[in-house]
Ligand binder design. Structure first.
Ligand code: AMO
Length: 419
């Protein structure tokens, strides 16, 4: 095997011995081993290699591929010529994955941190997750839509809105696509979007971001069972696609991915029992906090759906159960195990404008702020339901990451606004 090649990449590692040396070259899609021998290169290339070249220099290497039993790819490049395209300052953080800098330092230099193989691997898996979700819904005949980000009202309750000055009016960043995805139901029947949500929550936890992405889905004439089935199949397909396309990334991240085989379905009351058995004193009518959620997730090794939440903990747009008005048709999905978190929330929606108006008032919201939303239900609005799945939380569970921040290129939290 001998073939002349020209490769561009960053110097990820460099080792200089007497008349020979090695470069680990990180190209955009692989890691190449480059061997530089004094007798094979010009004086200028040898000088450059010995005296100038440093970590993260972006270089062009011309040489030939030769077989190698020690290189990972089974080949190495025997350099003939090296050219520096762009030099690099000495690095403020280690990028080798060997010594990980403290988290705040990594974030400060996130534009360099993302060059680390581990971070790159996470972001590549994220890309597969998004493509798989999109593919899944296209195959099922859903229409992909885009909803406004600058909006006039709260969609998930008023507490955690980011205000935006909109000329002489007050606007907000969307907490979700909720009201808008519902508005498209009479037209398309099956819609989805993959887009950002913004929440001004001062939660400094391993699973909260102020800007996160949702796979937001809405379907006419659906049932709780169908919504669970769709979500389970979606998550399964995402796992399968990651297994198929990200073997190398999973190896870098040392993750053994297991495709979900089936799911558990518990009522809220049954979930309370599981949580109480783990020693938590949660009262009927309370939503699950982080500790309760953890107790639930670690009780299972397959995804779990919890259905029929108490009416007082669900948002105004959920449908109350007709035969038991203490309960509403909300369904949450949880990932299993140590890294399990709430993957999604969803359920059936109320489409009777008068009932909706009353629920808004009961929940302390002013129906006047929801004029167009309430009005749209007066024009032949089909019954419907849907869900919003958190992209970062799902990825965090899949890749068994301690911090959700690792799943985004540039995380946003109460403390992080730059870069
Ligand atoms: P909810 O507010 O439960 O529901 O959000 C849906 C999913 O989004 C993820 N998520 C978050 N991820 C990171 N940081 C956060 N601060 C954060 N908050 C939520 C979670 C959660 O399950 N409109 C409804 C969905 C629907 O009913 O269709 C909604 O927004 O994974």
């Amino acid at each position: 095997m001998s073939k002349m090649v020209e490769v561009y990449g960053h110097v990820q590692g460099i080792r200089k011995l007497g008349r020979i040396g090695f470069i680990v070259l990180r190209t955009f899609d692989s890691i190449e081993q480059v061997t530089v021998k004094k007798e094979n290169v010009s004086e200028e290339t040898w000088r450059l290699f010995k005296e100038e070249l440093g970590l993260e220099y972006f270089i062009r290497v011309r040489g030939e591929y030769v077989e190698s039993s020690i290189a990972k790819l089974g080949r190495e490049i025997l350099a003939k010529e090296i050219e520096v395209i762009a030099p690099s300052k000495p690095l403020p953080i280690d990028l080798s994955d060997k010594v990980e800098a403290e988290f705040p330092t990594r974030i400060r230099y996130r534009y360099l941190d993302i060059r680390r193989p581990k971070v790159k691997a996470i972001l590549k898996v994220r890309s597969t997750l998004l493509r798989a979700a999109r593919e899944f819904f296209y195959k099922m005949g859903f229409v992909e839509l885009n909803f406004p980000i600058i909006i006039a009202t709260a969609t998930e309750g008023g507490a955690n809105l980011f205000p935006v000055k909109y000329f002489d009016r007050q606007a907000y960043l969307a907490q979700s696509a909720q009201l808008y995805k519902q508005s498209a139901i009479p037209v398309f029947g099956k819609v989805f979007t993959i887009g950002p949500s913004f929440r001004a929550e001062k939660s400094r936890t391993r699973k909260h971001l102020t800007e996160f992405w949702q796979i937001d889905v809405e379907k006419a004439l659906t049932t709780p069972d169908e919504l669970m089935e769709i979500q389970f199949k979606l998550v399964k397909y995402i796992h399968e696609q990651i297994l198929e396309h990200n073997e190398r990334e999973l190896e870098i991240l040392k993750v053994k991915l297991e495709v979900p085989e089936y799911y558990h379905k518990l009522s809220y009351d049954e979930a309370l029992e599981v949580i109480r058995r783990k020693g938590f004193d949660i009262k009927w009518g309370e939503d699950f906090g982080s500790d309760e959620e953890r107790a639930l997730c670690t009780s299972f090794d397959q995804p779990v759906f919890v259905t029929e939440f108490p009416e007082q903990v669900v948002a105004f747009y959920y449908k109350v159960k007709e035969d038991d008005p203490r309960l509403a048709h909300r369904i949450d999905m949880y990932g299993p195990g140590e890294y399990g978190v709430e993957w999604s929330s969803g359920g059936l929606r109320e489409h009777d404008p008068e009932k909706l108006r009353r629920r808004m008032i009961a929940k302390g919201l002013n129906p006047e702020n929801f004029g167009w939303y309430l009005d749209m239900f007066n024009y032949g609005f089909p019954p419907h339901g849907g869900f919003g799945m958190g992209v970062e939380r799902l990825l965090q569970s899949i890749l068994k990451l301690d911090k959700i921040h690792e799943t985004v290129l540039y995380p946003r939290t109460p403390d992080i606004l730059e870069p």
